[in-house]
Ligand binder design. Structure first.
Ligand code: AMP
Length: 269
């Protein structure tokens, strides 16, 4: 694995090669990231992983500062996976040029776009820059961040002629979706996440008809908030295809975002 720290070396390394599988990350590499990388290695001749904690997608500076970082460990794991390149750009590499400012359409200001102002604009910004630098053939992204995947496909895939590949959410043995942010959870907080995740998985299984759906959703929100002392931003069934609110008629997912002691977690089932 070759580590690349600047655009000059990146251009030198990737020139004359089209066909990269690209896995963008913010580091804190876990099995979720690893599944994306394995997927890329299976279907692309060369794999490039980027590691960049993007300041522009954090609407809260404290959240950015406390985001878990462990570069040495990440390098060790990625080395073992035998990827071709690890690109670790500086803020200047990403934002030193005039960047396009993305604005979301009104329809897209839902879920996390509604509750984390500027977040996806920041995500689209960095992905636009990375895609124009790397010119990958395929980008591998996790369904754990389903709305991110959806918006990148919608706003960037045509512009960069790149295929966005959905990869399944990887969960631990207790059904908790792996996430770098889980490293911030104390033991008792993690236990709550286990209970909430399983409660929502069972809720989705049980709600097979649409009768009184909004009442049932409100009941479960109240139950989770009062039992576990967490703050739920949203709990909504939305269509997988277009993220429109869904009354269970079409293929849907149950989307949730909540905070436990200011640690914000998202998932979908
Ligand atoms: P992050 O480093 O959190 O920005 O994530 C980088 C990529 O890994 C994104 O495409 C995420 O959706 C994906 N990812 C994160 N957690 C998981 C997971 N548990 N399962 C599958 N993909 C994941």
């Amino acid at each position: 694995m070759k580590i690349i720290n600047n655009i000059f070396d990146l251009n030198k390394a990737i020139k004359n090669f089209k066909g990269f599988g690209f896995v963008p990350t913010m580091g804190g590499i876990h099995e979720g990231h690893i599944s994306l990388i394995k997927n890329s290695k299976k279907t692309c001749k060369k794999t490039i992983v980027s590691l960049f904690v993007n300041p522009k997608q954090f609407n809260d500076k404290k959240d950015f500062n406390k985001y878990p970082r462990n570069l040495n460990n990440d390098i060790k794991i990625l080395n073992k996976l035998k990827i071709n390149y690890l690109f670790i750009p500086s803020v200047k590499d990403v934002y030193g040029v005039k960047n396009i400012i993305f604005r979301l359409n009104r329809d897209d200001k839902i879920l996390c776009a509604k509750y984390r102002r500027g977040h996806f604009e920041g995500v689209l910004n960095v992905m636009n820059r990375l895609l124009s630098l790397i010119k990958a053939k395929k980008v591998f992204m996790g369904e754990k961040d389903f709305q991110q995947l959806f918006l990148i496909r919608k706003y960037l895939s045509k512009k960069h002629s790149v295929k966005i590949i959905n990869c399944k959410t990887i969960r631990d043995k207790n059904n908790v979706a792996l996430s770098t942010r889980n490293n911030l959870l104390k033991k008792n907080e993690y236990k709550k996440v286990v209970l909430i995740s399983n409660l929502l998985i069972n809720f989705k299984k049980k709600v097979i008809n649409k009768k009184n759906l909004s009442i049932k959703i409100n009941q479960i929100i109240n139950k989770i908030e009062s039992l576990y002392k967490v703050k739920i931003d949203y709990l909504e069934f939305r269509s997988e295809k277009d993220l429109k609110l869904n009354n269970l008629k079409k293929k849907n997912r149950l989307f949730v975002a909540y905070s436990i002691n200011k640690i914000r977690l998202i998932d979908n089932f």
